[in-house]
Ligand binder design. Sequence first.
Ligand SMILES: CCCCCCCCCCCCC/C=C/[C@@H](O)[C@H](COP(=O)(O)O)NC(=O)CCCCCCCCCCCCCCC
Ligand SMILES: Nc1ncnc2c1ncn2[C@@H]1O[C@H](COP(=O)(O)OP(=O)(O)O)[C@@H](O)[C@H]1O
Ligand SMILES: [Ca+2]
Length: 562
Amino acid sequence: METQPRALCSQLTSQHGLCDVTLTGAFLSWKEAETCRRRAAGHAYDPRKAGAFKKGGRCVPLCEIVAVQETEGEDPGADTGERRSAPRSPAECNQHAFTVSYVERGRKHRWQCSEVTFRCTESRLCLQWLQAIKEQLALLTTRPKRLLVYINPYGGKQRGKRIYEQKVAPIFCRASISTDVIVTERANHARDHLKTEADLQKYDGIVCVGGDGMFSEVMHGLISRTQRDTGADQNCSGETLVECSLRVGIIPAGSTDCVCYATVGSNDPVTSALHIVVGDSQPMDVCSIRADDTFLRYSVSLLGYGFYGDMLTDSERKRWMGPARYDLSGVKTFLSHRYYEGTVSFLLADSNVGTPRDKLQCRSGCNICQQPSADKRLCGKEDRALDGEAKGAWQVIRGKFLAINAACMSCACPRSPKGLSPSAHLANGTVDLILVHKCSRLDFFRHLLRHTNKDDQFDHPFVEVYRVRQFRFTPRCQETASELELELREGDGVGRARFFSQICRKHPACGCMPTHSCWNCDGEILPHAGIEVRVHCQLIKLFARGIEEQTVFDDPYTLCAI
Ligand SMILES: CCCCCCCCCCCCC/C=C/[C@@H](O)[C@H](COP(=O)(O)O)NC(=O)CCCCCCCCCCCCCCC
Ligand SMILES: Nc1ncnc2c1ncn2[C@@H]1O[C@H](COP(=O)(O)OP(=O)(O)O)[C@@H](O)[C@H]1O
Ligand SMILES: [Ca+2]
């Protein structure tokens, strides 16, 4: 039978003086001791000191304690930064101390690791506290103990290794997490290692240090491995893919870091490390992409044709520039103002998973992502196998597009803090499909600019947006002869001219303008133009919790009532 841990309550000394410290099954809290408060009221009251003490009071949920450890030979003034002029008194020399490291929330969804040291004169009491907190932490079974870490030393500004060693490894060490670290030696090293070699039984999670491309590698390795180990075939269209059991943590060290930013709310390595330590879990949808009935890739963030595809192709030649390559190639691609013809067909999602124009955004504990919906039951499944009603009707849009973007998550990132599709959900089994029709340069600029401010980027007559669970794109050059003939028969001379120019474009020898772009798939070039995309609801899990609403915890001086 499980016994409830007894509450522990003692008067201990912290850097702010004597305080009442309480440990319950849910919280560790400390505040100014009653006796001190009464003394302060009766005698000369020093508001400066009282204020400092109040600021020192805290109520920390147990699940946000990183570690507790015995503190030896500790200078009581050390953690306040105070300089000690007098030698220690005999009473102080006799003190026993323990230090608690815990999560503290800062601005803009950042977390940091703070510490408080408590002292007492009795060794037995100190040990009792240490043991009690350790016992409570041992009950938190979702925390990882062993992690496999992949570092891309060339991602972003090539700082991955340094970021891991200086900011992340010390936190893992403090939380007694053991790690096996692999610094990658080539592209796809992490993917291949995970897919075939890694002994995954040994680990409670995987960490990737790098950008969205590095995360994509790890995700591909993990999904492929999970399907292989469970006998599912990812190459088979309509296969129900098996969810990955290991969680993935992302330490941002890339150029865009949108998967990290959109699931945590910041691109700060320490924040990510702390989300891993406390054992957070955030399920995430994954799109599978196929062409000519062959599996190509998975995508979790941006799948973009036209503008983002061309921008990526250009930026790959400027990799040496680091993250700035995207801005330069972005301007260049913007000025080229290319548009592409083709047909987009899609299956709309259930209405209960919201729409891309909702004001409501996906946040930690999101209701929409938690409700069982038809999209979750249907996604990833072969549409042929579904009856007509559940399947819904395919909608078809033919046109000239500057960009076709599919966002499986908001794609928030430092360049665009609300993202490509601000109200897209992380785990609702749908993807937001954004169609930007041909328009003037000025209009397209207005649309792009709205990604960086509070205005609605979908509020333009040339932009359409749909929440879908499956879609297809066929570039005009791949449209079947019957589709083109239909256009020819229906059309006048213009149609006839277009038909023949189409035939001409199919022959590279003609040296005419490109008729198709490529897809930007989470920052990797997918050379195919015609693709079919399907969402697999909650296929992978991250060490994250979604973006938290701003809470009272954002105020570091808030004392929680105990
Ligand atoms: C006028 C300013 C317009 C700014 C428009 C910003 C839109 C930003 C949308 C960002 C969506 C990001 C989706 C994430 C994609 C990533 O998975 C993926 C890979 O990341 P990794 O390198 O970390 O591995 N990243 C990317 O594909 C890069 C996307 C960055 C796009 C920057 C585009 C800048 C466009 C500038 C146009 C300026 C026009 C100015 C005319 C005078
Ligand atoms: N050791 C390596 N050498 C070269 N390329 C690598 C290495 N490790 C990973 N990569 C590849 O580098 C690319 C970019 O990585 P990423 O971490 O996303 O950085 P960025 O955000 O700057 O694009 C990915 O395609 C990944 O597969
Ligand atoms: Ca989604």
